[in-house]
Ligand binder design. Structure first.
Ligand SMILES: Cc1ncc(COP(=O)(O)O)c(C=O)c1O
Length: 364
């Protein structure tokens, strides 16, 4: 065993190398494959975002603002939150990692419901937290009581992802209340709201309003990657229950963690509410199209409140995903044990969705 690398990191499985646009490009596939596997947005960001990026291209030699006050001001106004409770991250993943790092010392307890976003596996493995993975019910449905049952005196933080990935399920108002108010007031509640804009558009509960009523510490972590069609810009933010927590979370991040173009892009995106509404409508229509198409194949898609939809197949999901890639559609097969036949499809345009459904039908 080497001395200069922490043991937990040596034991952590290597980071996955997701099949991004760049990877597809290297393989000569970027222009021929529809990217419906990474929950990116297949819709254009606001034209104001593109304009802001172009207008600021000559600024890339300058350092970006640290914890950009102009963005905090906007979020503060939208969600009626004090500016000093907002923390910015290089995508929401940096903030998830930071929230775990700040709260869970080596060997202490963290509760994480699974299946969830694959990024958590390597974050918790590297963290040295004693993680209790709470298995979901059939079809990836989170069991709130099972999470509560796993919390004990040793638990420093509890993670709740709603709407969840890869199931797409949104917890109900009753479920979030039950969970949020069962967790001790000295335990950190980390709520991953990467898909919150879709969740609320689909009629899901106002999680932030419920968090504001909780007496103990909490952090809601969000992103511009999904609803704002800006995954490549790497902008995420957290809303914290108190300044002590926000200050601690800031300490886990690098000083210049947001790219200068990401900052101007996020500011422009927040100024274009109409575009966000339009994107939500498009995703909702696309989801209905995929849901109907999958049902026409006698499949039973999971009820999704997000920009993706999952479904159990009668055959192995990985094999289907590989065959679909060869035919021009990249989708995702759930990597979680027990869910080998599940695939997840990112919602695309009407043309993307029809193409994907036809290929899937042909393969099945
Ligand atoms: C539930 C969830 N949380 C967080 C992330 C990370 O997103 P980002 O780092 O792009 O903000 C993802 C990405 O797919 C996700 O699905």
């Amino acid at each position: 065993m080497v001395k200069y690398i922490r043991e937990s990191l040596l034991k952590t499985p290597g980071k996955p190398n997701p099949p991004t646009y760049g990877v597809l490009q290297e393989d000569g596939l970027a222009e021929v494959v529809r990217p419906m596997g990474l929950n990116e947005s297949l819709f254009e960001p606001s034209p104001r975002v593109l304009e802001a990026i172009v207008d600021n291209l000559d600024k890339i030699g300058r350092y970006p603002d640290a914890q950009p006050p102009r963005l905090s001001k906007k979020i503060s106004n939208i969600f009626e939150i004090e500016e000093n409770l907002i923390v910015w991250g290089n995508g929401s993943e940096e903030l998830i990692k930071g929230a775990i790092d700040l709260s869970v010392p080596r060997g202490k307890g963290l509760v994480l419901p699974v299946p969830t976003f694959w990024g958590y596996r390597s974050i918790v493995a590297a963290s040295e937290a004693k993680t209790k993975f709470v298995n979901s019910e059939d079809r990836g449905l989170v069991n709130v009581q099972a999470i509560i049952d796993e919390i004990d005196k040793d638990t420093h933080a509890v993670i709740c992802v709603t709407p969840n990935n890869p199931s797409g399920f949104c917890l109900s108002e009753e479920e979030i209340q039950k969970l949020f108010f069962s967790i001790d007031i000295d335990t950190l509640l980390i709520v991953d709201e990467a898909y919150c804009e879709f969740g609320q558009h689909a009629g899901g509960p106002d999680v932030l309003a419920c968090l504001k009523k909780r007496k103990g510490p909490w952090v809601s972590i969000r992103t511009f990657s999904k609803s704002y069609s800006m995954a490549g810009m790497r902008v995420g933010y957290a809303i914290c229950s108190d300044t002590m927590l926000a200050d601690a979370l800031k300490k886990t991040t690098c000083v210049f963690n947001l790219p200068i173009l990401g900052i101007v892009a996020a500011a422009a995106a927040l100024d274009d509410e109409d575009h966000l509404k339009m994107l939500m409508e498009k995703v909702s229509k696309g989801r209905e199209q995929l849901d109907n198409g999958l049902r026409e194949m006698s499949l039973s898609p999971l009820l999704s409140a997000t920009n993706f939809i999952s479904v159990e197949l009668p055959v192995d999901g990985k094999k289907v995903a590989q065959s679909m890639l060869e035919k021009g559609v990249q989708i995702h097969a759930w990597p979680d044990p027990g869910y080998e036949n599940y695939i997840r499809i990112t919602i695309g345009t009407a043309a993307d969705n029809s193409f994907c459904l036809n290929i899937l039908k042909e393969i099945l």
